[in-house]
Write a protein that binds this ligand. Structure first.
Ligand SMILES: Nc1ncnc2c1ncn2[C@@H]1O[C@H](COP(=O)(O)OP(=O)(O)OP(=O)(O)O)[C@@H](O)[C@H]1O
Length: 643
């Protein structure tokens, strides 16, 4: 137990000062959202209290109705938001208010551009919560007491939002949090019952707890009245819910500022009874790729918030989905352990996943522009599902989008079904190329024969794509095949004349091939001629049973297949010239240069760049010498002609 203490002063974390400054400027035009954010926090605090009371019976139980209270005082020029939720201890205040303990904070600040409009959207994604009070207030006083602590353990936090805050221990008979906003000059329009009522009804009508205001808003007024509908949005009949209601509810559950891209609302009755209200956000949250990224679905049991999903309700590859799942069959005191082995949860999860995939399918079919946006934001996450969720693999595969050699831009605009529909006669495989960047993919020598034959190739360039292709061996009976691997099916694409020409080239160049093999030694597993090249002199491919090249790159860190094969283009003038090279040292230098070039076009690293440059310069010098000698000879010839 602690007695009231002297005020102590603390500094905000540097990022908070920066965030506050930015927020006040860029969100001012939308200043009324402060009330939505603070009511949302109050509602979360009450949800957390209800859950804590389920697990700790007797915790601060009283007869008082759980509610959020909003009032204003015209003379004092304040707005007060009070909740009787879980409250905070002194340590919790220090940890939560005045610091940002959020993953993605560093990335968020790096992403800021200085352009107010763009930054406002970013702030929206990041979430401003409590700090939005400073948009309208130049002093904020928060008084709180954690449920279960004694009246003497109340805490008062106060700040003008300029860099410091004061903290003191105070007597607070009631649990929960009271927030007093001392309004800035010029914000008096907010000291108006009708104005506050309109804001609450616009942004917070869906809050399932009662929001009450004194009848006239001001504190000398009479009875409190409930100003929102106060029933869980997802439990209302769909016919009574408009898009605006869904959008505001989404902003509350997802802590987002922007409207969602799509939603699904579905009541299931049968063996199990549950309601799903799920949303696809329009933009990816900052922590999407962080290991601790939060899942966005909140589990409720009979409308009481129970807990945030940690992977039981939505698989990892759908971690961007936000919303609520409300079950009528789980016990109110359900624990995480029970959830993990619950048939009810398994059933809900599998139907929720199917419904989300169906929602995405509908979006792709009916609103392709929206789907393209979804894919840009979340496509790489969805790809994880191909490896993660075997039972839905085919459905997920249909949702994938790729850039291909036939795409007009770098945008992934082609589905596997589109690809299959465009396959050439006789083609029985889906070809893909994995390269570290789109530019490297487009200029890869491995594509030359496919371009020549007009065969489309999927261009893959993301780290996840390695796993995608290994987890998706085929689609609609068509095998996925790397263009940088093997020779066998290239043969099937050749006509008789081409086959003959290829065989002839192989025999003609057999001497050269042996010499190159000898020069390169154990750098290569083999050297052979190929028909896959039209403009490049050589390339590297993986041995037939080898794993996908890029997978090897990850495993070895070099980007090279474990058994690289050098393929040379018999039609290329450089190769022809090499065949005539009499000097074994020069031939060896050429062979090494061709090899290193091929490693580079693969997007891999060459082992000894200095040696490569030296050999190349050596060859250039001999070429220059040859050219000079030719020129001198020509001069000499010319001179003698004149004589
Ligand atoms: N009324 C309240 N009662 C109890 N705790 C609160 C209250 N308001 C804020 N908090 C605590 O402070 C933390 C920070 O709040 P803040 O609004 O800044 O962020 P948030 O709600 O966690 O997320 P977001 O920034 O996305 O809104 C909350 O997570 C909560 O623990």
């Amino acid at each position: 137990m602690s007695a009231p203490t002297q005020q102590e002063r603390f500094s905000f974390q540097a990022e908070v000062v920066q965030l506050l400054d930015l927020m006040i400027h860029s969100l001012y035009s939308n200043k009324e959202i402060f009330l939505r954010e603070l009511i949302s926090n109050a509602s979360d605090a009450i949800d957390r209290l209800r859950f804590a009371q389920l697990t700790e019976p007797g915790l601060d139980e009283d007869e008082e109705e759980l509610r959020i209270h909003v009032a204003f005082d015209k003379d004092a020029r304040t707005i007060t938001i009070t909740d009787n939720g879980i409250g905070m201890s002194r340590q919790e205040v220090m940890d939560n208010i005045g610091t940002i303990a959020k993953s993605g904070t560093r990335e968020f600040f790096q992403a800021l551009t200085g352009d107010q409009r763009k930054d406002a959207t970013l702030i929206g994604q990041f979430g401003v919560g409590f700090y939005s009070s400073f948009i309208v207030a130049d002093r904020v006083t928060l008084t709180t007491r954690r449920a279960g602590l004694s009246a003497e353990e109340g805490v008062r936090w106060e700040s003008d939002g300029r860099g410091e805050y004061a903290l003191e221990t105070v007597e607070r008979p009631r649990r929960g949090t009271e927030l007093v906003l001392h309004l800035r000059e010029g914000e008096d329009d907010l000291l108006n019952h009708h104005r506050l009522l309109t804001i609450i009804q616009k942004y917070s009508d869906h809050i399932s707890l009662p929001i009450v205001m004194p009848q006239d808003g001001g504190d000398e007024a009479g009875e409190d009245t409930v100003v929102n509908r106060g029933s869980a949005l997802w439990a209302r009949p769909k016919s009574e819910i408009g898009d605006a209601d869904y959008n505001e509810f989404y902003k509350h559950v997802a802590h987002d500022f922007a409207d969602p891209l799509a939603h699904l609302h579905s009541k299931m009755e049968g063996t199990y009874e549950y309601t799903l209200l799920l949303f696809i956000p329009a933009t990816a949250p900052f922590d999407l790729w962080m290991p601790e990224a939060r899942h966005g679905v909140k589990l409720h049991v009979q409308r009481v918030f129970i807990m945030d999903d940690t992977g039981q309700l939505m698989p990892n590859y759908l971690r961007f989905v936000r919303g609520v799942i409300d079950s009528a069959d789980l016990p109110l005191n359900v624990s995480r352990e029970i959830l993990q082995s619950s048939r009810v949860v398994d059933n809900i999860r599998s139907s929720a996943v199917k419904k989300v995939l169906r929602l995405l399918k509908d979006l792709a079919e009916k609103e392709p522009e929206k789907y393209a946006r979804f894919w840009r934001e979340f496509g790489d996450v969805l790809k994880e599902g191909v490896a993660e969720d075997f039972s839905n693999r085919d459905e997920i595969a249909k949702l994938l989008r790729f850039t291909t050699t036939k795409s007009a831009t770098d945008e992934p605009d082609t589905s596997l079904s589109d690809y299959v529909a465009r396959m050439k006669e006789g083609q029985d495989k889906i070809y893909y190329l994995i390269a570290p960047t789109p530019a490297a993919a487009k200029s890869s020598p491995h594509l030359e024969i496919f371009r020549k034959k007009g065969i489309e190739v999927l261009l893959l360039g993301q780290a996840i794509d390695n796993w995608l292709v290994t987890s998706l061996p085929d689609f609609e009976g068509k095998r996925l095949q790397s263009v940088a691997q093997g020779v066998s099916d290239l043969g099937a694409m050749e006509d008789e004349a081409e086959k003959e020409a290829g065989e002839k080239a192989g025999t003609e160049l057999s001497g050269l091939i042996e010499r190159v093999k000898k020069a390169l030694g154990d750098k290569v597993a083999d050297v052979r001629t190929t028909n896959r090249l039209t403009t490049s002199p050589a390339c590297i491919v993986a041995d037939e049973p080898d794993l996908e090249l890029n997978l090897m790159r990850r495993m070895q860190g070099s980007g090279m297949p474990s058994r690289p094969i050098l393929e040379i283009n018999p039609e290329h003038p450089l190769v022809r010239r090499l065949d005539r090279e009499g000097d074994e040292q020069r031939l060896s230098d050429w062979a090494h240069v061709l090899y290193s070039q091929s490693v580079l076009t693969l997007g891999a690293r060459i082992e000894d760049p200095a040696e490569f440059v030296e050999r190349l310069n050596g060859l250039l010098m001999t070429l220059a010498d040859d050219t000079e000698a030719d020129a001198e000879n020509a001069d000499a010839d010319g001179g003698s002609g004149e004589e």
